[in-house]
Design a protein around this ligand. Sequence first.
Ligand code: C2E
Ligand code: MG
Ligand code: MG
Length: 593
Amino acid sequence: MAKTSSSTREYRDLFRRLELALDASRMGVWEHNLARDELLWDARMHILYHTGNDKRRVSADAWQKAVHPDDVNRANADFDRAITSRGRYDSHFRIILPDGNIRHLRSRGHYYVNDEGEPSVIGAEWDVTEDVALHHAVQDQKAQLEERAQELAESYAEIEHAAQHDYLTGLPNRNFFDARLRSLQNSDQYRSLAVLHLDLERFKEINDSHGHTAGDHVLRVASSRIIAAVSASAVAARTGGDEFVILLTDFSSTAELEAIGKRLQKALSEPVAFGNAVLRFGVSIGIGFTLEGRPDANLLTESDVALYQAKRLGRNRIAFFDPALKDQLSARRTLALELQDALEQGQIIPHYQVQIDARTGGIAGLEALVRWNHPSRGLLAPFEFLPVAQDAGLANAIDAAVLDRVLEDRSHWRAEGLDVPRIAVNVSATRLHDAELLAELERRHTDFHGIAFELVETIFLDESSDEILDRIHRLRSLGIEIELDDFGSGHASLLGLVKIRPDRLKIDRNLVKDVVVSVEQRRILRSIIQIAQALKVGVIAEGIETKQHAEALRRFGCDIFQGYHFGRPEPFEAVTRRLSSEQFSQEKSARRR
Ligand code: C2E
Ligand code: MG
Ligand code: MG
């Protein structure tokens, strides 16, 4: 008996400890008698379900009703599986508490047959809402991390793409192009390879006069036209401001390359509409190629050299690489480097050519013509270095240096009492397009009366010249006169003439050359002079080499002559002598009268 009571005590102890443990764990215990479909809950089950009572017997239906409708089927299925397998029950479901709150419960149990031989499932249940929330938070974080990783991968791909492509046109860039060219040259897949180097004409002018948005638009249009004009296997890349290169593999002759070049020129010469403006540009193309696979050929450099050649020939040309060109190119590079020093060391100077009044025969003015007093090569004429200066972006600096010297020389002459009615300086198109020009001139605080700017006619080819016209107007308000140089050599002479109404136009010497022998030339000259007179624009004739030239032009009504017949361009000292002897003879004849 004592034994029984001690084991009862032990059993009670054990039971109490179990109760304590369950209390601490907040686990509810349930038992489902399947034979009687009877559900027994302990007090903690009632707490979990907020039933507000502690009845031991609960209807199976009550439990079903508490389970979240979305989870009830799954929970039942888990339960049925435990019964059919006579094994473990493991489920997880949400319940809806009487106050509407939702909790997550974990429920575990197992199948057994009780002492009465009735099949039952006994199990425990506990609240895992916090765990679930935590799990969700972790899941969210994980998803965020994955998203971030994805973003990183994407931006990495974008960076990769950006490193290989031009942001503006989306075309491959130089890096990409170089890599592709290298790999094609190293594989012997293609025997014929060509690089076409394209440089847009008049792009800078468009950019300067219509703004960068217009320039960007032109570049995008140009790139899509380039792509449309070449085969799908071609690789087109943008390699610089207005420079494009194209790598071609499927051609069999230079004639075919030339045809592709022409096709590109045709496509790119179509005008582009931008707002109310119509933008026109063109393209020069240099081609480097091989028909028999020269893996060591530097096709990119060759096409670049050929492009130089194309541009030297004039606008909108196509040129093929010729090995002799390469030496010329390196000579040009050296010259461009030297030119920078030349500017600093005052080697860039004006020579002066006299202009003669057609009626009096006296000096009407001087034209300043740039020379490079090169330390080893002697005096260089403009054609030997101006194109290089243009390419090297030094054209404006040269014009500015010449103007500086002209103003200095004029002060010397004035100091010696020598009178020069007018000095004309040449102004390159880029300088006129430079928005800084006026500010720069104003900084000099000089009297610009008696200074004329000779502008090249091609400046006015664009329909876009409002800004330029405004700039010209402001130049005039500084006292600067405007002359239109090389008139009759371009295409839109009359347009420019009417638009800017220069003080004078200078008839191109090619028109003067044959005036004595050609009837047609005379007719053209006569009508130019008549138009100028109608517009009250003065006329200077360039290239007067003979007495006959002068006589013909005097008859037509030309105001001023310039040419070898009256004098070649001369350095400062020689002009000074000429000016003083002229002044001397004038004074002498004045005294005689
Ligand atoms: P341009 O302004 O039309 O200058 C006239 C050119 O014709 C000068 O050549 C002059 O020496 C030459 N010339 C003058 N009279 C005769 C003649 O009777 N017969 C022949 N056959 N030629 C004659 P130059 O000095 O070589 O200048 C060439 C061009 O270089 C100039 O043509 C002008 O466009 C440009 N240039 C000269 N100086 C400057 C400058 O300071 N800045 C800019 N931007 N361009 C300049
Ligand atoms: Mg000139
Ligand atoms: Mg001229």
